[in-house]
Write a protein that binds this ligand. Structure first.
Ligand code: SAH
Length: 355
């Protein structure tokens, strides 16, 4: 007996590669290559939940597709809605891992915050995802799949913007993220403009260089969080491997304007001296600074900087000639910061042995 070949997961491929395979398959089955292009449309731009639901295709061809290919779903395990309209989704993957996606409406924009890894290895001291440790990298189909699943809801969520600010460090999973960027941006994929897609990183240098080489205008955000090596090492152990100086140099060499993310930790990184040093760094690479109020329920025992304190810090940056915005805290009532939904659910269960 021979085992049947494993079906090819079409959602792990760029739209062009998937279409090519589908066209060749359709041609070989004698239904005309155009049927392959028709099936390709149903992956991302007009998503269908399964081959069976691609009702614009002949029934027999749909059955043949289902033998040779797969379009796996992510199981929606939980959803929470904030009073401010923010929605948080917890997805369960085929091996039981769980990841989260947050949808943040703002006027006529909808920003999706997507996860790139199950857990995270970086252990930033204030971050809930760091607490749970690293489980594994996500596949392209599991990262872009988060966007696809929301498009498949009875009331589809259609994002205008995507940020890689969910669980995980996208630049530690560049191979998959590289494919996902194409899927999200491609007119035959999700069709989201590159300038509306932001990759956020702690400063993994090879990843920044790889993103810089892409011809599209994808945006780069760097989690700075401290303006000196000494303090940054304490908050972000990754600073030992990728020190601030080198990260700032990489930001300066990046072909497009970079955003600095800076989480405001009361009494830790929010003093006038920090604003002064941060302004120097931002000016060196022409960065825009995004001040992030600390989301309650992260890790560690930090206290958020007061709203007044944040305003003063922002004003100091502005006086130094730096463009700055204070990010609105969204979904605080549903613990929508990095990793918080999963942590909440894990806490309710007995601990699982790490593998
Ligand atoms: N690993 C990437 C992307 C995921 S986190 C990165 O670190 O950039 C997205 C952003 O949320 C990062 O800037 C992270 O530092 C920040 N963050 C994590 N926990 C937070 C919390 N409790 N409050 C506010 N921001 C937080």
């Amino acid at each position: 007996m021979t085992t049947p070949p494993t079906p090819v997961n079409l959602l792990d491929l760029t739209p062009a590669d998937a279409e090519q395979q589908l066209r060749a398959f359709a041609e070989a089955r004698g239904v005309g290559a155009y049927r392959g292009s028709q099936a390709a449309r149903r992956l991302w731009s007009h998503p269908a939940a399964s081959f069976a639901e691609m009702t614009d295709l002949p029934l027999a061809f749909r059955a043949e597709l289902a033998q040779a290919f797969s379009v796996p779903r992510l199981e929606l395990a939980a959803e929470q809605r904030s009073t401010d309209g923010t929605r948080k989704f917890l997805f369960r993957l085929h091996d039981g891992q769980t990841i989260e996606t947050v949808a943040i409406p703002d006027g006529d924009r909808v920003t999706l915050c997507i996860s790139s890894q199950a857990g995270c290895a970086l252990q930033c001291s204030f971050c809930a995802t760091g607490l749970m440790g690293f489980s594994r990298n996500l596949l392209p189909s599991e990262i872009a799949g988060q966007v696809r699943e929301l498009a498949l809801l009875p009331e589809p969520v259609k994002p205008t913007n995507i940020v890689f600010m969910g669980m995980g460090e996208p630049m530690m999973n560049w191979k998959a993220v590289n494919v996902v960027l194409t899927i999200l941006n491609d007119a035959k994929g999700c069709g989201i403009g590159a300038r509306h897609i932001t990759v956020s990183t702690v400063g993994v240098l090879p990843g920044i260089e790889a993103l810089a080489k892409r011809p599209e205008q994808f945006r780069l955000a760097i989690s700075v969080h401290a303006p000196s090596d000494e303090l940054r090492r304490m908050l972000m152990p990754v600073n030992i491997k990728f020190p601030l100086e080198k990260v700032i140099d990489a930001a300066a060499n990046f072909s497009r304007r970079v955003t600095f993310e800076y989480v405001m930790l009361g009494g830790v990184n929010d003093q006038p001296m920090h604003a002064e040093l941060l302004a120097q760094l931002a000016k060196r690479c022409g960065a825009f600074v995004n001040l992030i109020p600390l989301h309650p329920g992260g890790a560690g025992s930090y206290t958020p900087t007061s709203a007044d304190g944040i305003r003063r810090f922002a004003a100091a940056l502005e006086r130094a000639g730096v463009e700055v915005a204070v990010r609105k805290s969204r979904g605080t009532d549903i613990a929508a910061a990095c990793g918080q939904l999963r942590v909440e659910r894990l806490r309710r269960r007995p601990p699982v042995a790490a593998d």
